[in-house]
Design a protein around this ligand. Structure first.
Ligand code: MG
Length: 191
């Protein structure tokens, strides 16, 4: 699915707190939350997290919409106040939109990420200037955000999608196996 990186750098380096994921566990987030508000910036700090990569659609805003809820905006401000660096990493083909959002929020932005490709994550890590061991990803999709994050060794946090409306391919192709794997990971005590 993904090409071998030319430089061989930053491959699943993980950290003592989140060792590299192998096999099926590459699909398993380190943490699962109902809403981004459940992610405590101080808790991230305690884990040594210095930067957070953010998915856009259905994580921060509804699919292809621009308006953010007050709750999400407050959470982002809290993260920034804690000194955590932020970078939006979006697969959206509407790359001007994520750039606009990033400018409004005062975050970095990496568009056309092609998650779960490692390349997009590496571009985000380069923009943030952090290593995977001190970086987290927050996203609503297992087969893009979480798989990609685990491949490069960042701390992965899966959030329930903000809204049911999404890309039809996501809904029909990604969500059913995602549900199966989540229930398997829960049964096995990984979540
Ligand atoms: Mg998303």
């Amino acid at each position: 699915m993904d090409e071998i990186p030319p430089d061989g750098a930053q491959i699943s380096s993980g950290s003592p707190d989140h060792p590299p994921r192998q096999g099926l566990l590459k699909f398993c987030p380190h943490q699962m939350v109902e809403s981004v508000r459940q992610i405590d910036p101080e808790d991230l700090k305690r884990r040594g997290i210095e930067a957070v990569i953010l998915d856009l659609d259905n994580t921060l805003v509804r699919w292809r919409e621009d308006e953010m809820t007050r709750e999400v905006a407050a959470w982002l401000e809290e993260l920034q106040a804690t000194g955590i660096k932020l970078c939006i990493l979006s697969n959206s083909i509407l790359s001007k939109r994520s750039a606009r959002m990033a400018e409004r929020l005062g975050t970095l932005n990496v568009g056309k990420a092609r998650k779960p490709s490692r390349q997009g994550f590496r571009r985000a890590l380069a923009a943030l200037g952090t290593e995977p061991a001190v970086t987290a990803i927050v996203g609503d999709q297992m087969f893009t955000d979480i798989l990609g994050g685990n491949r490069v060794g960042v701390y992965t946090i899966m959030v329930r999608p903000l809204h049911r409306k999404e890309f039809v391919y996501t809904r029909l192709i990604h969500r059913p196996p995602e549900r199966l794997l989540l229930s398997l990971f829960k049964r096995r005590g990984h979540l």
